[in-house]
Ligand binder design. Sequence first.
Ligand code: ATP
Length: 319
Amino acid sequence: MKKIAVLTSGGDAPGMNAAIRAVVRRAIYNDLEVYGVRHGYVGLMEGDFIKMELGSVGDIIHRGGTILRSARSEEFKTVEGQQKAIKQLKDAEIDGLVVIGGDGSFMGAGKLTEQGFPTIGVPGTIDNDISGTDYSIGFDTAVNTVIEAIDKIRDTAYSHERICIVEVMGRNAGDIALWTGLTSGAESILIPEATYDFDDVMNRIRHGQERGKMHSIIVVAEGVCSGEELKKEIKERSNLDTNVIVLGYLQRGGSPTAYDRMMASRMGGKAVDLLIEGQKGVMVGWKNAQLVSPSFEEAAKGKHKINLDDYDLARSISI
Ligand code: ATP
């Protein structure tokens, strides 16, 4: 292994830069040449490679987003697209690739490995929905960003005695909603993994009002329904007015927390070590407080599970 490349793919996540930095510096420390691929798999098919030096990743550990940019590509899902990418890598005499991204990006990385190109995945997505790991880079920062927003929303909800619906990201996974709902004391949390019980939401609002608490926070993961849909339903059932706040992209940006920088550094460094060891077709994961490296197929078999004990806990203490 003499030359490796690194790319970021799918939705950006805080900590991706810290992971790129760790990959580049760990590789140079081990006398490897490193190339950055710009714009994910789009740039990989076009051969958009830039030589990375120690200084290329200076002053980025604290920055959100990704200096390499990210992209999504339909063409890369085809065998022709994947072969185009492998040709670019071989023409540049690159021997291994690190892909920082989510489940979809790992599917692509798995295809490259199947076709003979050594690839390692590093989990980077705020959704924390990647199977094969308990943690993906960006989740902690996103959770902290959301609770900071909810804390501010709560001040106004309290002062004006309002019911506020906060819509957060999570199409298939409710981790952001659960963590932020629990840690900000939301009265109701709606996640895709638990049955959507509208009567329960109404009962919680009524219960609060009966004991004089006129404000309420409801956190809903986008995969359950939109905040506007929920607002409409509450209005129809109770004639109560609510305010909807959609946090959107706000959740994806920002300076990574210490935890995300730490995990990104650990995982990025480990990805390079795995390539040097001759591993391929595996992802770096975090299980039981240890770095692990399941194969993409093995990881894909298991489904990321949300902690439903935490969901029960939230229901019992946020009333
Ligand atoms: P996020 O969780 O932030 O959405 P992701 O990595 O899951 O991140 P996707 O858009 O699903 O994001 O995937 C990123 C890119 O990976 C896609 O645009 C595509 O180029 C590639 N990809 C996804 N699925 C496959 C597949 N089945 N085969 C080959 N490539 C794929």
